[in-house]
Design a protein around this ligand. Structure first.
Ligand code: ADP
Length: 792
């Protein structure tokens, strides 16, 4: 029987559905928000399907239009506000038949699905069956030919939402870094007690088929031993584990012992390795006072971290673009990320590769399972093994290849500096190099040589670096001073201490310092050694990279700050906060933070601020508060970089808004200042510090045995490591195509081309600030303003 209570004519605007399915994950709400707003911006309508495929099968009130303001504040909410469920009936064709009918009745022919590989497989099956489902619906009289005619093709786009990070083809899934943050917070909390009592802790983390969370938490917390499903330990692992832990404790003086066990950990015969078994082994064999902590569902909860907020936002935007660009022939895409680049991959290729890993593990073919994991995962695993304990006789280099490697931190402190130094020390010891810390940057080195009572240059022992694993700032001390302050003495020091290589962790000053040393090579032989900069600065303004250590920690600090401040508005009324961010002459932090908190506007030095802009934005705010009744209780945020304008300071802007609002809303200025350097580094900064530091050290050691002249002639002997698009690359500082001459805006202390500038458009689109066809104009023929409750 044909259903008549819906019009058969297609709707005026294209309708895009969005659903979250499978296990929930922090960041899913950010994805739904971005899909809804981007769809509206693109002149489409957005429909949420509540409770995953259950809503699609049941229809009725479970599929509802979402409007611009319905998703306000969703970025900071954990879980999924449109609900998720496992749905048995969608696994069967009759269930999908009902789902198809429900979609057609609402005029929806595109679906963005955020879930794991199961959910995405379901979506793809649905798409492939779509023509047959429509045919059947017409044949059985459920729908008329006329009703189905406009919807012959179903567009499916996948977003991967999963805390496990178990999908092949993407570096990260929406939710995995938030979950890692929960784990690291919990382990950081037991650190002190483990240290005080010299205890052992066995921590069990989620991951039935994928060891990503376990591996990354092991790296982030300096675990002594790790169990992951895809790389079971060799037989006799009990002895191996006890041997290493004993060595770490007795010979090296480590006071705390951490073992991380993935939920799906197993031995090579597929026997489960449980956390309680590991605890018993440590207790019985080593007499170690050991406690077990099974983290369970705390790993799923809580608000999304900064990375998940901007990832879900950018991927949601990309999903809508993909829907609009798809042709009937194009395979369903899944939106992925490689390093720093949002990409599209055929959905079923990614699902197939993911499922292959699981089946290889089941067949005990662990080597193949590991090769099918993403290259990033393998690199992290290699980096962890090389640094968890410096005890790898096979990795020791012959005497003539061993180097004296100096480690120095330059510039303002940034999260990840300690972790990079720690990784460098461990890697040096593993390979037989001598790690030498220079304390307090170049001024520390120069002072030391002047024979003051300081000891700024010294070899570092592994156990000293143990505590650095989760500490913020720079333990060896960092300083903005440059070698040019006394280049002569700097050269003398390099010679005296026989540095064979230099590893510099820091921001724009670190870049400048290496540039000075490189240019002074003509005069000083001592600088004819390989040098590499690992960028670490919250400003993220180092040429040669799109990502600097510390920037993620800073973003997390900023979103915490903004969440708190915004919450305070819910008990007052109609408030706009103008928040001043650091970042020097680079608007990166302001923009990315703006994207992650859903700022109304972001003011950056690259664009400046003028009176017209302010007038427009005040009008926009006035309009916003007037139309959107729900906004009364939601604080709005404007981000302003500290150098965006010398006239329109943060306070001046706040005062102007207040004045112009004429009592309809008010405004406050807030300056988080050094709070932005963060407390403990974020897990992302910790793990990237390790991986990048080891790449740097590998690069440095490739120069072992080369003559000074050979080194000086090689442009890659003074480099910056960086993320560029989807790759991690070294870029030469000097030479015709080098960073110094081509990519550096020396006056403004930032790269000439800033990759993130285009994100400004996304911030504007999602806040509705762009003015054009976004937001309010779409309500002109629609008198509803009442927001629906999140759940039916
Ligand atoms: P995840 O998406 O996290 O992998 P599941 O595997 O439980 O979680 O899948 C979630 C939902 O997706 C299932 O409850 C089901 O409704 C749907 N689904 C999963 N696999 C299929 C499939 N092969 N065919 C149709 N629907 C599926």
């Amino acid at each position: 029987m044909a259903t008549t209570n819906f019009p058969s004519a297609p709707p005026k605007r294209r309708r895009i559905g969005v659903l979250t399915s499978g296990g929930d994950a922090p960041g899913m709400n950010g994805a739904v928000r971005a899909v809804v707003r981007m769809a509206i911006h693109s002149d489409c309508e957005a429909y949420a399907v509540f409770e995953g495929y259950e809503g699609l099968v049941n229809g009725g009130d479970m599929i509802r239009q979402l409007h611009w303001e319905d998703v306000r504040g969703w970025l900071s909410r954990g879980g999924t506000l449109i609900g998720s469920a496992r749905c048995m009936s969608f696994r069967q064709r009759p269930g999908r038949l009902r789902a198809a009918k429900n979609m057609i009745l609402r005029g929806i022919d595109a679906l963005v699905v955020c879930g794991g590989d199961g959910s995405l497989t379901g979506a793809d099956v649905f798409r492939s069956e779509w023509p047959g489902l429509l045919e059947e619906l017409v044949k059985t009289g459920e729908l008329t030919e006329e009703q189905v005619k406009p919807y012959t093709v179903l567009n499916i786009v996948g977003l991967v939402g999963s805390i496990d990070n178990d999908m092949s083809g993407t570096d990260a899934t929406i939710g995995c870094y938030s979950s890692l943050t929960r784990i690291c917070d919990a382990v950081d909390d037991v650190f002190d007690t483990a240290f005080s009592h010299q205890r052992g802790f066995v921590i069990e983390v989620m991951g039935r088929h994928c060891g990503w969370l376990a591996l990354m938490s092991a790296i982030s917390t300096g675990a002594d031993w790790l169990f992951i499903p895809e790389m079971p330990p060799r037989d006799g692992w009990e002895d191996d584990m006890c041997g290493i832990i004993t060595k770490n404790r007795q010979e090296r003086g480590k006071r705390r012992t951490i073992v991380i066990v993935a939920e799906g950990a197993q031995d090579r015969h597929l026997n489960k390795i449980t956390s309680s078994r590991v605890k018993d082994i440590l207790t019985e064999r080593l007499g170690l006072d050991t406690r077990t902590t099974v983290l369970g569902h705390t790993q799923r909860g809580g608000p999304a971290c900064a990375y998940d907020r901007w990832l879900s936002t950018l991927q949601g935007v990309e999903a809508v673009r993909a829907v609009l660009e798809m042709t009937p022939e194009s395979p369903s895409p899944v939106i992925t990320i490689r390093e720093n680049k949002i990409m599209r991959t055929p959905l079923m290729d990614a699902v197939k590769a993911t499922q292959e890993v699981t089946s290889h593990i089941k067949n005990k073919d662990f080597a193949t399972a590991m090769t099918l994991r993403d290259s990033e995962f393998k690199e992290y695993h290699y980096a962890y093994l090389n640094t968890a304990t410096p005890d790898h006789p096979k990795l020791n280099l012959p005497e003539e290849k061993r180097m004296r490697i100096a480690i120095i931190n330059v510039g303002a402190p940034a999260g990840g500096m300690n972790q990079a130094s720690r990784a460098a020390v461990a890697y040096c010891l593993t390979r037989g190099h001598t790690p030498i810390a220079i304390h307090n940057g170049f001024p520390g080195l120069i002072r030391h040589h002047a024979d003051k009572p300081v000891s700024s240059v010294r070899e570092v022992r592994w156990v000293e670096t143990d505590a650095w694993v989760n500490e913020g700032g720079s333990d060896i001390g960092t300083n903005r001073g440059l070698p040019s302050e006394d280049i002569d003495t700097t050269a003398k020091c390099f010679k005296t201490y026989k540095f064979d290589a230099l590893f510099v962790v820091g921001g724009f000053e670190a870049f400048t310092a290496v540039s000075q040393l490189r240019q002074a090579r003509e005069k000083y032989d001592a600088f004819k050694i390989p040098m590499v900069v690992l960028p670490a600065t919250i400003s993220n303004n180092v040429p040669g990279t799109e990502y600097s250590l510390g920037s993620d920690t800073c973003l997390n600090a900023l979103i915490d700050f903004c969440d708190c401040i915004r919450q305070s508005a819910s008990s007052s009324r109609r408030r706009v906060f103008v928040i001043e961010t650091q970042g020097g002459k680079s608007g990166y932090i302001a923009t990315t933070a703006g994207l992650s908190v859903g700022a109304v506007a972001v003011y950056i030095p690259e664009e400046g601020i003028d009176i017209k802009m302010l007038a427009r934005d005040i009008d926009f705010l006035r309009d916003n508060f007037a139309r959107d009744k729900g906004a009364n209780r939601a604080g709005k945020i404007i981000m302003r970089n500290e150098t965006a304008s010398s006239t329109y300071t943060t306070q001046v802007i706040a005062d102007m808004i207040k004045e112009e609002a004429k009592g309809r809303f008010e405004s406050r200025a807030a300056v988080p200042g050094h709070f932005q350097q963060g407390g403990k580094p974020s897990p992302m900064d910790r793990i990237r510090a390790l991986r990048m530091a080891i790449k740097c050290l590998m690069h440095l050691e490739s120069y072992a045995g080369k003559s000074k002249e050979e080194i000086a002639a090689d442009e890659m002997s003074a480099t910056v490591i960086g993320v560029k698009g989807s790759q991690v690359l070294f870029s030469a500082m000097g030479g015709e195509s080098g960073l110094e001459a081509n990519e550096t805006d020396w006056a403004r202390r930032r790269p000439k081309a800033e990759f993130w500038l285009q994100l400004q458009d996304t911030v504007n689109i999602l806040s509705g600030r762009s003015g054009s066809k976004a937001t309010w104009s779409c309500y002109e023929d629609d008198d509803r303003i009442q927001a629906p409750s999140p759940h039916p």
